[in-house]
Write a protein that binds this ligand. Structure first.
Ligand code: UD1
Length: 331
């Protein structure tokens, strides 16, 4: 029988490509399914890339039956929160309906394991700013709701079939491959560390602080920033857990502590050795003051050991990648 294969949807995107790299290095056989609407073919360092939609049932069924796939890792999704508020059906279509279609294909093909990219946005504004897996889910934007609906479908399908799953709720993902091969390429980025590094390398003029009057230590928003390679490792740990017969579960992916916007910008200035042009602004709509992971379960259940829990290191890898993109664009 052929070696077991993993189908990675969205494997040409930022997080998916880091997971594909680690899976490839671990000797796993991989098929990447990505429509390249926000992903990049050259970010896929291992496996075979099939260009197409994860919600295309005919294509997904063919891939599942032709490749002896035991596990699906599902990253393909839209993820820009403000856009989801303006275009909710785009998010429910791509994130929720496409996940439903893919799950149907998995059920028909008898796929054993499903690892799902979810988000801390499913919690909304948790009490005290810390969310454990037991906290209530109350998303405040369609992006979070579209992911929560997918979680529910997965939960119900697992209860009714032999499919086992791990849901990973990501907190604020940042940084890039420490060896500089891949990174975040998103055009018109809105994420704090990416934008700050674009300012540091001269791609943008200034960075805005959205709100300085939050009830936090220095008045700016606090988030739990996790290095993308540690997050990628959590997917390999989840795979191992499921392959060893682990029950379906849900885990937060964060370090369990946070940094304010000012602390992040201080780090960028320190690592880059130059001041940033910083402009203080009013709060951005929909931002919770603080969002930190209760992050015990992932360590206890998977034995997950983060390697890069260091803000300056996260920033350094983001900055190195931004410099690389700049020199690529200039050449
Ligand atoms: C949000 C989502 C997250 C999603 C991500 C991608 C929530 C709770 N989280 O993260 O699930 O994956 O968007 O879209 O919905 N900030 C500035 N200036 C900037 C940019 C950001 O001050 O130019 C501040 C924000 O106000 C916030 C912090 O930096 O306090 C982090 O913001 P950002 O990087 O955009 O991520 P989230 O909004 O936390």
């Amino acid at each position: 029988m052929n070696k077991k294969t993993i189908l990675v949807t969205g494997g040409a995107g930022y997080i998916g490509s880091h997971v594909v790299r680690q899976l490839g290095e671990a000797g796993e056989q991989i098929i990447v399914l990505d429509n390249l609407c926000t992903g990049f073919a050259d970010a896929v360092l291992y496996g075979e890339l099939v260009v197409g939609d994860s919600g295309d049932r005919e294509l997904a069924s063919r891939l599942l039956s032709e490749h002896n796939i035991d596990t699906v890792m599902h990253f393909a999704a839209h993820l820009v929160v403000p856009e989801s508020v303006e275009k909710p059906l785009k998010y429910y279509g791509n994130n929720t309906c496409n996940t439903r279609n893919l799950l149907q294909c998995c059920e028909e093909a008898g796929v054993k394991n499903f690892i799902f990219s979810s988000t801390a946005a499913t919690y909304g504004i948790p009490e005290g700013g810390v969310a454990t897996e037991e906290s209530c889910t109350a998303p405040i934007n369609p992006y979070g709701t579209s992911k929560l609906m997918s979680e529910w479908m997965l939960r119900d399908l697992s209860a009714a079939s032999d499919l086992n799953h791990v849901i990973l709720r990501y907190f604020n993902v940042a940084g890039s491959d420490p060896e500089g091969r891949i990174g975040q390429c998103t055009p018109n980025a809105t994420l704090l560390i990416k934008v700050a590094c674009e300012v540091a390398t001269g791609k943008r003029d200034s960075i805005k602080i959205f709100g300085t009057d939050y009830p936090t230590e220095d008045g700016t928003g606090v988030r739990d920033y996790i290095h993308v390679d540690d997050l990628a490792r959590a997917h390999l740990d989840a795979l191992e857990y499921l392959r060893q017969g682990g029950e379906s579960t849900l885990v937060n992916c964060g370090y369990g502590h946070g940094y304010s916007v000012r602390e992040v910008l201080d780090s960028v200035q320190r690592v880059n050795g130059k001041p940033l042009n910083i402009i203080e602004q009013l709060r951005r709509a929909g931002d919770p003051p603080q969002l930190i992971a209760g992050a015990e379960r992932i360590r206890n259940l998977f034995g997950w050991k983060p390697r890069y829990d260091d803000l300056d290191f996260i920033v350094q890898t983001s900055l190195d990648w931004e410099k690389k993109l700049k020199s690529r664009n200039n050449s």
